[in-house]
Design a binder for this molecule. Structure first.
Ligand SMILES: [Mn+2]
Length: 252
């Protein structure tokens, strides 16, 4: 079985060329399961605010792979399961099992206390309902202001505060007795080895970006960190774990 995990396209209708680039890059990647791991859209103020480009892109993803999953990111957490289902996509909170964990990744950045407080607030049902009851134009203005504040905060903040915290990573791997954790959000594409398993991080996108393939069979699991572009797929790193053994080995 071949899975493809991607995230952080940050699609925004002001930049239609990125929708095209991402679509063409994904076309080059047939897979049995496509996992869209959050921040696919730069902002999502409600399903009624979706543009034609947003709709067409999701429709493409639902058609590209029969098993397409969507995990909310911090920017597109208001997209609903009904909307996604109508386009052939299933909304899941996370993938969490012994073979694989996939999350957006903001839940790992626990040194950023202000962000975690904000996350808790906006992810509450009350905040969501209250926000979605406002007229679309007002929601768009609020989202624009929040983005501005977030850009300014990021610019003034130490890099380490916005990265995944080691103890959280260990806890996630151990909680699900898992050997593999994949996430996005931090925009720091890499493969890291941790005492409990392997962690792979996807990149954000411009006209190209990182995609992670996870191939599983009776023989074991292979993880490939690739650069995806409209022209080609380039493997940057490949790691394998043979069935029944705990350790990951780098092949390329
Ligand atoms: Mn994010």
């Amino acid at each position: 079985m071949r899975r493809l995990i991607v995230s952080d396209f940050h699609l925004n209708p002001d930049e239609p060329s990125r929708y095209r680039a991402v679509t063409e890059a994904i076309i080059k990647c047939p897979c049995d399961q496509l996992i869209l791991a959050g921040d696919i859209f730069e902002t999502w103020v409600g399903d009624d605010g979706a543009t034609e480009l947003d709709f067409k892109f999701l429709e493409f993803c639902g058609r590209h792979c029969r098993d397409t999953l969507f995990i909310h990111g911090n920017r597109d957490f208001l997209i609903t399961s009904d909307y996604l289902r109508s386009l052939g996509i299933s909304l899941v909170e996370k993938i969490a099992g012994p073979n694989l964990i996939v999350i957006h990744g903001d839940e790992l950045c626990t040194s950023d206390h202000d962000y975690q407080k904000f996350r808790k607030k906006v992810r509450s049902t009350d905040w969501g309902n209250n926000f979605l009851n406002k007229p679309l134009s007002e929601r768009q203005t609020i989202a624009k202001n929040l983005r501005q504040v977030s850009r300014e905060t990021q610019a003034n903040r130490a890099d380490s505060i916005c990265d995944a915290v080691e103890s959280e990573i260990q806890q996630w791997l151990q909680r699900f007795d898992s050997q593999l954790l994949i996430h996005g959000h931090t925009h720091r594409p890499a493969v890291h080895t941790h005492p409990s398993g392997l962690r792979c991080v996807t990149s954000d996108w411009d006209m190209s970006g990182t995609g992670i393939f996870v191939d599983t069979s009776d023989a074991g699991t292979t993880v490939s960190l690739c650069l995806l572009s409209p022209d080609k797929v380039t493997v940057n790193e490949r790691w394998t774990r043979h069935a029944g053994t705990p350790e990951w080995k780098r092949n390329s």
